[in-house]
Design a binder for this molecule. Structure first.
Ligand SMILES: Cc1cc2nc3c(=O)[nH]c(=O)nc-3n(C[C@H](O)[C@H](O)[C@H](O)COP(=O)(O)OP(=O)(O)OC[C@H]3O[C@@H](n4cnc5c(N)ncnc54)[C@H](O)[C@@H]3O)c2cc1C
Length: 576
């Protein structure tokens, strides 16, 4: 059941899951399948149920900055000309899967095989995780029910609760993108299903949408089991730190007790997890809680007055994210959705259609088609460095094709005109940043420094992506109808140097941070079973354990690791 007051919580559960987000929702469901096992989920944000804004795929873009977002801001980013940018994270049941842009990709087989190498555990390789991928999601028809068998391969999909579909409201540019890919081949070749292991080429976006609504960790895993008597879900409550229960005090620390609070100066409560605490507080919350609990770099923590419990200097390090840039093209067609955002009547009609029948533009997140590309060998981006991608089927860059003016960054939609936006991203960045607490106050935001464009590779790969966008948009089919011409900063950036300046001036992020509690056989924060090194009773299961940033949208990987973690936990505690 869902609890709203800290006073309704018991003193002890078998498992306490910190964070009812993407991974937390999976764990809550799987661990409470056995009714003899008691589970408490503690979520800082509110219940997702009843918030219709979370359900409408197209309006996901409007959720960051609202009350379902933690509303973090980065430190000034040198690579972005000193700009700080908003850093969205879900603050609601379902976590970031409740506010994300829904793209669903498990990445190439290279990614998983690399994880297996780094962790020293073949249980993370592509073949082994297949069953968890199959268990977490399933392909469902697009909202309009049309036959899409030539655009998706059902054999690459499973039977799990997360619903995945291709766009349910085809737009005029979709056909141009996909047919151009089929005709052009080469680096722009058509890919019939990115979830098949090869992650290069251009194809339909796959998204966590079922029957025109968002499918999230909350809707698929958590909401359906709210009524289990052995599962308590406490909302609007923060875990402020973990408490060491080890006796005598010089034995291995055991961090299996949580401290909770509903406001910064409100009373603190303690709850014991007789088996384990599982941190699933995400890439910011997890390293924050670890550091508040004395797990991290002991010198930095001592300076903040926090006694060291385990000296793990990599806690909060290795933050990696995908920088994103909006490339705008003005087009000679009124077949874009620009007027939906400009004209209240058209917006109202579109919303009415979604409300009445779950059809129309709002059934999809903006961006029906997508491409993933290698930076050509010999490119200046790769000069003098080891190729950072996971392998031959893994890209360096991404392009998302949006049938209208999609505001990602500081340039607002012009009052007139029709546009196509090509969002470019660097998906194998080599920059690494950090998440560090700045005080022992659990309600103070940590210092978030993703270090965007901290390396030459990242900037030069973005320049390559801009060039690919311009080159693809000059394909013959585009010229027949849409006749796209670069607009704004893109139009004036003629040289590669000017494109790099444009990237530094306008880039933001695609909200894919990972890595702040890295899994590794050597060093790192957690071992291959996701247990925090040097302490007992504590595991991390969320995007912070990713050993390297995957060259894809990360949510599918979070569902997969959470499904495997549930099995690892059940097996250790002999739970059927
Ligand atoms: C705006 C946006 C767009 C994105 N778009 C995509 C996309 O299109 N495709 C894709 O694959 N990925 C996308 N992502 C990324 C993806 O959603 C995340 O990688 C993934 O959901 C992270 O899962 P998680 O379990 O690690 O963390 P989360 O889902 O963020 O869960 C962490 C939970 O812990 C809670 N929490 C944190 N601290 C505390 C505390 N102290 N006490 C109690 N609770 C706490 C949080 O409120 C949250 O509910 C996007 C993310 C965002 C924010």
């Amino acid at each position: 059941k869902v609890l709203t007051s800290i006073n309704q919580v018991k003193k002890q559960y078998d498992f306490v899951i910190v964070g009812g987000g993407t991974a937390g929702s999976v764990l809550a469901n799987r661990l409470s399948e056995n009714r003899d096992v008691s589970v408490l989920v503690v979520e800082a944000g509110d219940n997702n149920v009843g918030n219709v804004n979370l359900e409408i795929p197209f309006l996901g873009v409007a959720l960051p900055g609202t009350n379902v977002d933690w509303n973090y801001t980065t430190t000034p980013q040198a690579g972005f000309n000193g700009r700080s940018i908003p850093y969205a994270r879900g603050f609601v049941l379902g976590g970031s899967s409740s506010i994300n842009l829904l793209s669903y990709h498990r990445g190439s087989d290279d990614i998983w095989n690399r994880w297996a190498d780094i962790s020293g555990d073949d249980g993370w390789n592509w073949r082994s995780i297949e069953k968890y991928y199959m268990k977490s999601s399933r392909l469902v028809p697009p909202a309009d029910g049309r036959d899409v068998r030539s655009y998706v391969d059902p054999r690459d999909h499973g039977y799990g609760p997360i619903e995945v579909s291709v766009p349910g409201f085809p737009l005029p540019i979709d056909d141009i993108v996909l047919t151009s890919a089929k005709r052009l081949g080469g680096r722009f070749a058509f890919n019939d299903d990115f979830n098949g292991g090869n992650f290069l080429g251009i194809g339909y976006m796959q998204s966590t949408v079922g029957e025109g609504e968002r499918s999230s960790g909350a809707t698929a895993y958590l909401n359906p089991v709210f009524d289990r008597s052995n599962l308590d879900v406490l909302v609007n409550t923060r875990v402020t730190k973990l408490i060491n229960t080890a006796r005598p005090p010089n034995s291995t620390p055991a961090l299996n007790k949580v401290e909770l609070a509903q406001s910064s100066n409100g009373p603190r409560h303690q709850v014991l997890a007789s088996k384990e605490v599982i941190l699933a507080a995400g890439v910011i919350g997890t390293p924050q809680i670890l550091q508040l609990s004395g797990v991290g770099n002991k010198n930095t923590l001592r300076a903040l007055g926090i006694p060291s419990v385990a000296d793990l200097p990599e806690v909060g390090e290795n933050l990696a994210d995908h920088p994103l840039l909006a490339n705008y093209f003005e087009v000679q067609s009124n077949g874009t959705w620009d007027d939906v955002l400009r004209n209240g009547d058209v917006f109202g009609q579109t919303m009415g259609r979604w409300q009445a029948e779950r059809q129309g533009l709002f059934v999809d997140s903006p961006g029906n088609t997508v491409g993933f590309f290698k930076v050509p060998s010999g490119s200046p981006a790769l000069r003098g460095i080891q190729d950072p991608s996971s392998g031959s089927k893994s890209p360096h860059t991404e392009l998302i094709f949006v049938d209208g003016f999609a505001q990602f960054g500081s340039v607002a939609q012009p009052a007139e005109g029709n546009f196509v936006t090509v969002l470019s991203a660097v998906v194998s960045p080599t920059s690494r940043g950090s998440v560090k607490i700045v005080s022992a106050d659990p309600f103070a935001s940590p210092r978030i420094n993703p270090n965007f464009f901290g390396t030459n590779f990242d900037v030069l790969a973005m320049v390559q992506a801009i060039n690919d966008a311009v080159s693809f948009m000059s394909a013959p089919l585009w010229q027949q109808v849409f006749k796209p011409t670069p607009f704004g900063d893109l139009a004036t950036a003629k040289t590669d140097a000017a494109k790099a300046d444009f990237a530094r001036l306008r880039s933001v992020n695609i909200n894919h941070p990972v890595g702040t509690a890295k899994m590794s056989a050597k060093g790192g924060v957690v071992d291959a079973k996701l247990k925090v090194k040097g302490v007992d009773g504590l595991r991390v299961v969320d995007a912070s354990i990713f050993p390297v940033i995957p060259e894809c949208h990360p949510q599918a990987l979070v569902y997969i690791i959470a499904e495997r973690a549930a099995d690892l936990i059940k097996s250790q505690h002999r739970i059927q």
